[in-house]
Design a binder for this molecule. Sequence first.
Ligand SMILES: Nc1ncnc2c1ncn2[C@@H]1O[C@H](COP(=O)(O)OP(=O)(O)OP(=O)(O)O)[C@@H](O)[C@H]1O
Ligand code: SF4
Ligand SMILES: [Mg+2]
Length: 542
Amino acid sequence: MPVPAADAAPRPPGDVVLDIRNLRTYFFTYDGVVKALDGVTFNIRRGETIGLVGETGCGKSVTAFSVTKLIPDPPGRIMDGTILFKGANLLWGLDREAKFKTLKKGGRVKVVRRFRRIRQSQARMMAVRGGGISMIFQEPTSAMNPIFSISEQISEALLLHRGEMVIDGLLSASAGRHGRGEKADGVRRDRTERASEEGLSSDRIDVAVDELLKVARQNDQEALRVAAQKLAEVTGLPSIGTQSFYAVRGGWADPESRLPEVRKALRRLNMSPLQRRFLLRERALRDLNQELKNAYMREMRQGKAELLARRRISARRLSLRLRTFYFGLWGVRGFVRRPLKLETFWQSVRLLEGVRIANPVQVARGYPHELSGGMLQRVMIAMALSSDPELLIADEPTTALDVTIQAQILELMRNLKERVGTAILLITHDLGVIAEVADRVAVMYAGNIVEIAPVKDLYLRPLHPYAQGLLASIPRMDDPSKSLESIPGSVPNLIYPPSGCRFHPRCPHAMPVCKEARPPMTVEGEGHQVACYLYHGPVAKG
Ligand SMILES: Nc1ncnc2c1ncn2[C@@H]1O[C@H](COP(=O)(O)OP(=O)(O)OP(=O)(O)O)[C@@H](O)[C@H]1O
Ligand code: SF4
Ligand SMILES: [Mg+2]
């Protein structure tokens, strides 16, 4: 006997990363209010992949944008609901952000936005974007800035979300050779110990460089990669290996002529005291940013503003900036930033290699308009994966890619899931991709989740007539004789959504009750829920 989900659905277990409840997002347009999401509820657990499917205009992207709070406001507005990310309510303070008035003339709804509150809410989101929630956008062209090069855009994301790791890497790689006693990793080391390490690592680096040049003469790419990897290991900076590899590659006739380029890469290990001091300041600023993010997370968890704590951190940040104002002076600025700039450039190249871009150096130096849609998509995937997020929202990540690259990208996402335990919300039209990578599937129709189930369960036993229609419209290898069916009609205009079950005008099983009230979500098996009167209600079958 089916049971209403509200009563019987198990409470989400402790490892739930994202818990969305009753989410409503509307767009206030001149034609009327588009009710794009109308009570969306689902959750994602750590390390789980949820596939979100549905026809075009069903609200899949709006769900993704609502979670990341990237809904264009105006005209959009999240009206109601809770989005709990690791226990922090991302929608805390929503009710104070805007007021709604119905105008007497024409009955239109006027939204009076409080932009100060909206800005505060956006600032809070900085605490979860990047390392917390990362997103691959459906349209890479509109998600990238046309006036910055690809490497500048990847570098910005890297510094914003993984800045401390980049800086720590640079500081500790140069610490052994430098011997100036700064606190690179919080430990002042003994001078003699440093001196001996310096000599040792210098010798090992020279040997690795000689080996690299020797291998370059053989014109063997694989051997060259191994030699570059060796150089990366002895210097402690993988990016030096990458830079040296591209410096000597192709110079097999006269590798010695590429030596200055390799030396340029090694210069990062011998930073000037001013450059090191700049990095230490940047590190301290990042620690303060982390404190601020923690304060924001606490606010969203406890539902209580920590104004004083935030002001104190901001004051410390300002004071540090003022004390080190000279890093911003003309002539100093470029010089002190050089090692960091070089490092992030070559780390960007490594990330582009990771998404199988064949000419990563050229692409990193290029601008968005110079790349094809598929290449841009891969750049964005590189950016999103670089921060090892806890939740990755991928909005049609592989639609613009050819099949071989698709498989590689899905493999990258699978690796991330295994390595970091990332939870993935995968939005796609491709039910084949879902079958391949998802653990559960949520079927969306006209702003509602109508069925959610473990992937096998849904493919073998789809319950909602809409899910049945979607599955009947894809070709099947196991039964080629079966003709493809399509769902009659199209997704309704969400300004005037149909009453009751929004699918009733297209449903072959529609009953009078379907027009009257929205069907509740009911549990129909282990983790299988459906919103349809065929399974629960006055005329439920079986
Ligand atoms: N900026 C906007 N202004 C007005 N309406 C919007 C806006 N953005 C989205 N919508 C509406 O929200 C609804 C859901 O759109 P959404 O982009 O989420 O669809 P989708 O399921 O992602 O479709 P697709 O598969 O084509 O990407 C649509 O009716 C759309 O018209
Ligand atoms: S509730 Fe009614 S209209 Fe909606 S899917 Fe079920 S049978 Fe069809
Ligand atoms: Mg979309």
